[in-house]
Every structure is written in C-alpha cells, then in structure tokens.
Design a protein around this ligand. Sequence first.
Ligand SMILES: Cc1cc2nc3c(=O)[nH]c(=O)nc-3n(C[C@H](O)[C@H](O)[C@H](O)COP(=O)(O)OP(=O)(O)OC[C@H]3O[C@@H](n4cnc5c(N)ncnc54)[C@H](O)[C@@H]3O)c2cc1C
Length: 416
Amino acid sequence: MKVIVLGAGIVGITSAYQLAKAGHEVTVVDRQPGPALETSFANAGEVSFGYCSPWAGPGIPMKALKWLFMEHAPLILRPKIDAAMISWMLKMLSNCTSKRYAINKSRMLRLADYSRISLAAMREETGIAYDERMQGTLQLFRTEAQLDASAKDVKALASDGIPYEVLDPDGCIRVEPALKHVREKIVGGLLTPKDETGDCFKFSSALAAKAAELRVRFNYGSIIRGLDVDGGRVRGVITAHGQLKADAVVVALGSFSPLLVRPHSIHLPVYPVKGYSLTIPIIDEARAPVSTVMDETFKIAITRLGDRIRVGGMAEISGYTNDLGEPRRLTLQHSVTDLFPGGDVSKASFWSGLRPMTPDGTPVIGATKVAGLYLNTGHGTLGWTMSSGSARVIADLVSGRKPDIDAADLAIARYA
Ligand SMILES: Cc1cc2nc3c(=O)[nH]c(=O)nc-3n(C[C@H](O)[C@H](O)[C@H](O)COP(=O)(O)OP(=O)(O)OC[C@H]3O[C@@H](n4cnc5c(N)ncnc54)[C@H](O)[C@@H]3O)c2cc1C
C-alpha cells in the first residue's frame, strides 16, 4: 500500500519505520527541513515506562490552583476565549476522579510497557546510539506530603506488575550519588528501575536515516494544507507543493493534528500544553545526575544525556505559541542548580515545545470514520516514551493485523 505519514516528529518517524518494515511504500511529509525539529527536539529525555501517569487525577484541580500562585510555578494558565481550550479543560477536569485516573493510568502503562519492548527491539535491529542509559527514573520527594501522595502510584505500579522501589534519603543517594551534597533537602524517593533516558532528537534523526534505507521518502519543507477526502475515503494529501496520492494516511502532526482533521468532522481533543527545557554542558561529573531525577516539588525532570544535563518541565496553557520567557528559564535553572550544580548554566540552550495533550493522558491511535485515515497523535507528556509501541500498533492496524496489545480503547472512538 502507499502510505503517507504526516509529521516527522518522533511519532511520525517511528510510524514510518514500522510501516516500511511491514512492506508499505511510505512517504513522510513535514514543514520542517528535517526530522524532530518541533516538540521532539529538546524534551526532557525520560523514557519513563514506569513513571507514566496522566496529569488529570484526584486532587489535581486544588493542587493546580496552588501551583498557579507558587514561585517557580509548574503550571501557567493564560486563559483565552478559545472554544478548543475551554472544551479541553472541561474534559480534563472530568478525568480528575479516582475511577478515571485508574483507567487512564492502566491504559498508559499498557502502552508504555509495550513501548519498552518495541524500543529495545528497534535498538537491537538498528544499532542506533542516542546517549541512551538504562538506570531508571527517581521521583524525588522533598516533603512528607509528597511521599504520602505517592502511595496511589505505588498501588498502580504494583497492580500492573511494574518494578519499583520506595527509597529513604540514603537509598536516593545510592541511586544518584550527587544528591549527597543536598541530603537535607530529601525526604525520600520512588525509583522505577526499568525506565531509560535518551536524546529523542538524536534517536529520531538516526531512525529517519534507517527508514530511508528501507526506501521511506521524506518530503521536508512541505506545508500540509488539507486532506483529499472523497466518498468517505481518504485519497491523499494537499500540500503547498501540490497533491500526493495515497491508499492510507497516518496523521502524526502532534499539537497540530486536530486542525487538519476538524474540517472532516473529526473532533480530536488534543490541545497544546507548552513546556520548556534547558540543555546544560556538564563541568563537574560528581555533581551531575546519572539518570533522570523528577523533582516532584517543581514537576521538573533533570536528565543526564551524555555530557549534558537536560532540564525540562512546566505546563503552560496559552495556545499555539512558542515564545520563551525569562521567568521560565529561571525556574528551570533554579531546580537544577538546587539539586545538581554540576553544569555551566551560562552556556545553556533554552527551548520550548508544545505537548500534544489529550484530556485523559493517553494518545489517540487507530482508525477514524474516514476510511484509510488513521491517527497516531496526542502523546502529550510522554511522546518519546510511548512512540515505539504506538508505531507498532499503528503499523499493525494499517496493515490489517491484530496488534500485540489491546488497542480498542486507544482509538478516537473512546471519546464518542
Ligand atoms: C518540555 C517538554 C518535556 C518533555 N519531556 C518528555 C520526556 O521526558 N519524555 C517523554 O516521553 N516525552 C516528553 N515530552 C513529550 C514529547 O516531547 C512529545 O510528546 C513528542 O515529542 C510528540 O511527538 P510528535 O511526533 O507527536 O509531535 P512533534 O514532534 O511536534 O511532531 C509533529 C510534526 O508535525 C509537523 N507539522 C505540524 N503541522 C504541520 C503542517 N501543517 N504541515 C507540515 N508539517 C506539520 C511539525 O513540523 C512536526 O515536525 C516533553 C515535551 C516537552 C514540551
């Protein structure tokens, strides 16, 4: 089959690779000059199969109110008269119950665990290097209240069979030796040892090259204007450079996916939630992390990527804007220098990206009511983590094969 993949972020590139492996003739279209130059460019680098939770959960509305007024706030809200923003926020609130949290978390863990297996298989077959490490995620608690609140995550990890360790401060230092310099700031931690880290941009670029070896074509610098749909079936894609024909189209446009499908009455509840990152060269190894530390107070992830530290976080609900504000930079800088002052922040590069967030935290993967049109999008906070499994699921669905995991509740039909 001729398949067009729209978007060359981590989700589009992994999808194209798996579709080519399944024997399809694949073309990837993206407006950027190369792969992973938007949200997949400088994310926090966590491949966190265990530390994998929806943002919507019980108690979050109250916590969110508190966060809004905190110094170094993890949440920034710039309300607009925007029907999509309001509708998305209401849907997010409706997912903040214990029951919804348990369903959403278990679904995310299922996909994340499958991604762990799929990423390992891809690494094995391609030999790609991407500053990867397999040393786990340490969720770091600075207060007793944070430690107590982690009990519900521990319960979910236990019931899903995901390995974890609850650690005291000495245990945290055993895992991340540089924390010995700030022992007095730590109350405890939750380690998910199967988690990994790695540079999403490096991985995407290397995998795109492997996909090209499988004859995947890349139309970079090409703005997608619309879908060619006729008689309830997709026929191809309309780009600024002309029309492309296809038997199947996979939409992997991240936060921009809903804009493309809306004219075809497909209401995809994906909204951009902006985050920021700093990438800092390491000057003192002894004061740098060895893997990912998730600072629960500021909701900021601090990750080792080769000879750099990547610090990423914050959730800003302000629509489709990529501007960089100095206060956000200072928040990231504060969190990393407070725990790991082993980097040269004067040489840091500052970046922002738009997380394609669904209200329930799970991506939308599967067929739509338009024949031949598929979605693989809405990976939100965990697109790097969940992309490898999502790609195999979508390649199976497009090929008419049964995916290895239950994928029925990943499709857009769950919002019906
Ligand atoms: C600060 C931050 C930290 C994060 N940390 C992590 C983490 O530690 N672990 C993790 O798993 N995830 C993390 N994420 C989330 C992860 O980065 C995203 O979920 C993931 O990158 C989404 O990938 P994508 O391919 O769906 O979207 P994108 O990477 O945005 O790709 C979409 C592509 O579509 C193209 N496109 C869009 N519209 C058009 C159009 N009209 N015409 C042509 N091309 C178009 C864009 O150019 C882009 O290349 C983080 C995100 C942020 C912002």
